[in-house]
Design a protein around this ligand. Sequence first.
Ligand SMILES: [Zn+2]
Length: 235
Amino acid sequence: MTNENEIKEQVALACRILARQVENFDFLGHISFREGDSMYIKGRHGSVGSMAHLQAKHIMRVSLLGKKEEEVEWDLPSETFMHTEIYKARKDVRSVVHTHQPFATAFACAGKRMVPIYHPILARQVFGDQGKPLPIHKTAELIYTVGQASALAKTLKDRDVCLIQGHGVVVVGRSVEDATLRAIALEEQARWNMLALSLGKALPIPVSVLKRARVATIKGRWNYVRSLLEMEEKK
Ligand SMILES: [Zn+2]
C-alpha cells in the first residue's frame, strides 16, 4: 500500500467491515495504519458519524506526535495517542485496532482468564503459538494522554492483543487486514469461552496443537468478510 488514497480506502473499508462483524464498533473505537512517521486514522465520531458509513474522505493523515498533517474538517479521535504510542514502541506493528467489543471486554471486566479454545489457527492468531494468557490493562480510564497511552503500550508489550478493564481492547497487526481479522477472531474466542464456561469449564487447546497450527492466512478470510459487507451495501 503506497498510494495515500488506497490507504484511506482500505482503512475506511476495514472500519465498515468491523462495524458489521463486532458489536459496539459502529460509534466507538478506531482503526489506524502506520506509514513511516505518520498514521492514517478516522476523524472523531462526533464529526464523521457512524463507522458503518465511513469513506476515504473521513480518514486523515496524523503525525506520530498526534498532530493533523492535512487540512480536514474532522477532529482527532480523543484516544489518538493510543495509536501513536504503540507505533513508537512497536516497529513491527503497521496497524492498530481499538474497539469496545463486548465479549472480549467482558473478560477484562470480570478479571477472568480467557483461553485459546476454538479452531487452532484462529486461536493461534489471537493467543500466539504459546497460548499465553492475554495481558489485561487494569484501568478503566479512557486513554487521553501520552502517559496513559505509553502505559498501555507497556502492558501490550510484545503481544498482539491487550484487554482493557472497564473499557475495551487493543489489537495490532502487520497490516490493516491482519489487525482487523485478529479483532474478529478475538471476539469469536471470547464467545466460545463464554459458551464453554456456561456449560462448566473452558478447556484450552494444548500448546503442542497451537504450535502445529499454521499461521492464519489473511486473503481468503478478508475476501469473505468483505463479500458479506458488499452484499449488504448493494441492497
Ligand atoms: Zn476507547
